[in-house]
Design a protein around this ligand. Structure first.
Ligand SMILES: NC(=O)c1ccc[n+]([C@@H]2O[C@H](COP(=O)([O-])OP(=O)(O)OC[C@H]3O[C@@H](n4cnc5c(N)ncnc54)[C@H](OP(=O)(O)O)[C@@H]3O)[C@@H](O)[C@H]2O)c1
Length: 225
């Protein structure tokens, strides 16, 4: 596949390396090479099988507008832009584009979502989420923590779920879902040791999205990978 990675930061660089390891033809654009999505002409979009975005929320929105507007395919790992999700889905539908997005592309975290839905079945417990990330992370709470809260709320409508965020050193990403009862406490914890898990999930997502049209969240499709 021909893949273009948007963003040469911590995760984007790993994604590009992993996509090459998996035999893809890969190029990458940073914000100087792609200011406000300017490099994403219809000609480029039509020559690429899938874009993978690990930039920041504003840049990801500009990139999606250009790529989906031209009917291209994009996997979006960048978080913090979901207030515009309906607009992006509509853009994909109107132009025959493909949008695959997720707050977390780690397969381990996908399992955490499933275990969290199971934990929510407990009666008489209070639920709380704690997340810890590196100090340069721009958004808080993390997109993954927000998804975990949604998973709990969907499984048990009406419950109150608090989120506590910590920013520490170079932490790759830890999430704890806690159920606290009168007699005991139950934690489910996921800790990322490296960003490789996110990068691999994103590349496999790009392979999945190739030749498909529509919009999906990663957790809807990861079982197919
Ligand atoms: N879904 C997941 O599994 C997952 C996993 C990890 C991270 N993330 C998310 O991915 C995003 C990036 O995280 P990160 O840790 O890799 O951050 P990072 O190291 O700061 O990388 C972001 C990079 O994007 C660049 N950038 C900004 N605007 C751009 C543009 N218009 N075109 C191309 N590049 C642009 C930044 O350049 P400058 O440094 O020059 O500004 C920076 O190098 C965040 O939203 C984070 O929450 C998601």
């Amino acid at each position: 596949m021909r893949i273009v990675v948007l963003g040469k930061g911590k995760t984007g660089s790993l994604v590009a390396g992993l996509a090459r390891e998996r035999g893809h033809e890969v190029s990458a654009l940073d914000e100087f090479e792609n200011p406000h999505g300017a490099a994403l002409t219809a000609e480029l979009v039509h020559s690429v099988d899938a874009f993978i975005d690990f930039t920041c929320a504003d840049a990801a929105l500009e990139n999606m507008r250009a790529i989906l507007g031209a009917g291209g395919s994009i996997v979006v790992g960048t978080t913090g832009w979901y207030a515009h999700l309906d607009e992006m889905k509509a853009l994909a539908a109107a132009n025959g584009g493909a949008l695959l997005y997720g707050t977390n592309f780690s397969i381990g975290v996908m399992r955490l979502f499933k275990l969290t839905a199971e934990l929510a079945k407990l009666d008489g417990y209070e639920f709380h989420i704690e997340e810890t990330h590196h100090t340069t992370k721009l958004d808080a709470p993390s997109g993954t923590a927000i998804t975990l809260k949604q998973v709990l709320e969907q499984a048990k409508p009406g419950i109150q779920v608090g989120i506590t965020s910590h920013r520490v050193g170079d932490a790759k990403g830890e999430h704890v879902v806690r159920a606290k009862g009168a007699a005991d406490e139950l934690d489910i914890r996921h800790n990322a040791h490296s960003r490789r898990g996110f990068a691999e999930g994103a590349v496999r997502a790009a392979e999945w999205v190739n030749h498909r049209r529509g919009a999906w969240e990663f957790r809807e499709i990861f079982d197919d990978l």
